[in-house]
Design a protein around this ligand. Structure first.
Ligand code: GLU
Length: 469
């Protein structure tokens, strides 16, 4: 385990990229520093009547654009340094995928499984109440979302608490994203981070020149994959990668990992875990103790759990040719340097897992506009496409059957539009980063290119405000 703090790790990446820019040191310092951190504690009355003090944080890293945005994490690892680091990553992430928000992150230091549903509801509502009191939440100020240990249920409690306390009822729904669809959420948000991870990996693997350097064939088909973490992000990334033709050979969880070079059926593994409480002992697979699973032979390693997983301790034993950072900060700065020199392609977190915040942006837009995407144009587009098809039928003298017409003349619904907006974002951003690498004669890696991109975009924003010349 590295002793450099997580926020310092992020800033080491930042500094490496900042050297390649011409901005004055004061501006770079402003971009890098975390603007505000709110640490608070409150009492929780447990179901058995005892009282426990809960520690919680919200960090707002950069206000160059408002609102600031980022998830809320429920985990025992939460501390001030972690929320600051994660908030900084949010700033850079939003800039890279052109989501017009500053970065933030929140955390509550709890081990979620120790609390009943009623206790979690009390914690979440009190956490929200404290944020409201200090203006650390609001559709135009700071908009939380799910992160490790939280999901749509917590977001529903947050929006309900906020709505009860605010006078701005018209926009209240936009105070948080990742809500259930029935509570102002958007279709496709739950899968969004994993789907974005898939689009990013697919794009990287589609570039023949880059794959040749790694000694790999072009495309996803048949590439072997190990995924660490089967939470929302890891599960969906694994699912889309498997559907996209990759072979899942290793899956890793708290209890250990499983390995089968012939491939693992993800749904069958999930079923086995539901039945036995573990992924271990999966028929046909070999059990692998933690943390050895990260060292399994594979083409693509997808860390989708927590930070600091690939460090100086294990970097020399990593066999993957591509590391796809679905989690935030899974590779330390020192390990990053070592692996880069070894020729490993690291697809960095601040690009690769930005699908979540991208679709959060769509959800926020939906909330503020009070209309579902596709509501106006779906039927209109379907009709127009049917007219074109019937003109083609007349010209070609061939009648299409109803199934063919259905497939071709399909007006987009909300999910179609969300997924296509996400795909467009991930594909375009990848090429933007590659272009930056090319401008530096391929002497920098993708992470540095991503930081350079983010620094330029945030710097431009400050300069447009006239704060810096
Ligand atoms: N927690 C997610 C992340 O780290 C999503 C943040 C959001 O949607 O605001 O990117």
């Amino acid at each position: 385990m590295s002793h450099t703090s997580f926020f310092k790790q992020v800033n080491l990446h930042f500094d490496r990229a900042a050297q390649l820019t011409q901005y004055e040191p004061g501006l770079l310092e402003q971009i890098k520093s975390c603007n505000s951190v709110y640490h608070f504690s409150f009492p929780l009355k447990r179901d058995d009547g005892s009282i426990e003090v809960i520690h919680a944080w919200r960090a707002e890293h950069s206000h160059h654009k408002l609102p600031v945005k980022g998830g809320i994490r429920y985990a025992m690892t939460v501390n001030e340094d972690e929320v600051m680091a994660l908030a900084a990553l949010m700033t850079y992430k939003c800039a890279i995928v052109d989501v017009p928000f500053g970065g933030a992150k929140g955390g509550v230091k709890i081990s979620k499984h120790k609390y009943s549903q009623a206790e979690l509801e009390r914690i979440t509502r009190r956490y929200t109440y404290e944020l409201v009191r200090k203006h650390f939440i609001g559709p135009g100020e700071d908009v939380p979302a799910p992160d490790y240990g939280t999901g749509p249920q917590e977001m529903a409690w947050i929006v309900d608490t906020y709505t009860a306390l605010t006078n701005n009822l018209l926009d209240a729904m936009g105070c948080v994203t990742g809500k259930p669809v029935t509570q102002g959420g958007i279709r496709g948000r739950t899968e969004a981070t994993g789907r974005g991870v898939f689009f990013g990996i697919r794009e990287a693997c589609s570039i023949t020149e880059d794959m040749q350097k790694l000694g790999l064939p072009t495309g996803l088909e048949g590439k072997t994959v190990v995924v660490q973490g089967l939470g929302n992000v890891g599960y969906h990334a694994a699912k889309f990668l498997q559907e996209g033709g990759a072979r899942l050979v290793g899956l890793l969880e708290y209890e250990g990992g499983i390995y089968n070079p012939d491939g693992l059926d993800l749904e069958a593994v999930m079923q086995h875990r539901r039945e036995t409480g573990k992924i271990l002992g999966f028929p046909g697979a070999k059990d692998v103790p933690n943390p050895k699973g990260l060292e399994l032979p594979c083409d693509i390693l997808v860390p989708a759990a927590l930070e600091n997983q690939i460090t100086e301790q294990n970097m020399a034993r990593i066999q993957a040719k591509i590391i796809a950072e679905a989690a935030n900060g899974p590779v330390t700065s020192a390990a990053n340097e070592y692996l880069r020199e070894k020729g490993v392609l690291i697809i960095p977190d601040i690009y690769l897992n930005a699908g979540g915040v991208t679709v959060s942006y769509f959800e926020w837009l939906k909330n503020l506009s009070h209309v579902r995407f596709g509501r106006m144009q779906k039927r209109f587009e379907e009709k127009a496409q049917r007219q074109i098809l019937s003109a083609i039928e007349k010209l070609t003298n061939r009648k299409l059957n109803e199934e063919e017409v259905e497939q071709l003349a399909h007006g987009p619904n909300e999910e179609d539009l969300v997924n296509s907006g996400l795909e467009d974002t991930m594909v375009n951003s990848y090429h933007e980063l590659r272009e930056i690498m090319r401008r530096h004669q391929d002497r920098i890696d993708l992470r540095t290119a991503a930081f350079v991109d983010a620094i330029h975009k945030v710097a431009r924003s400050y300069m447009e405000l006239g704060i810096f010349p």
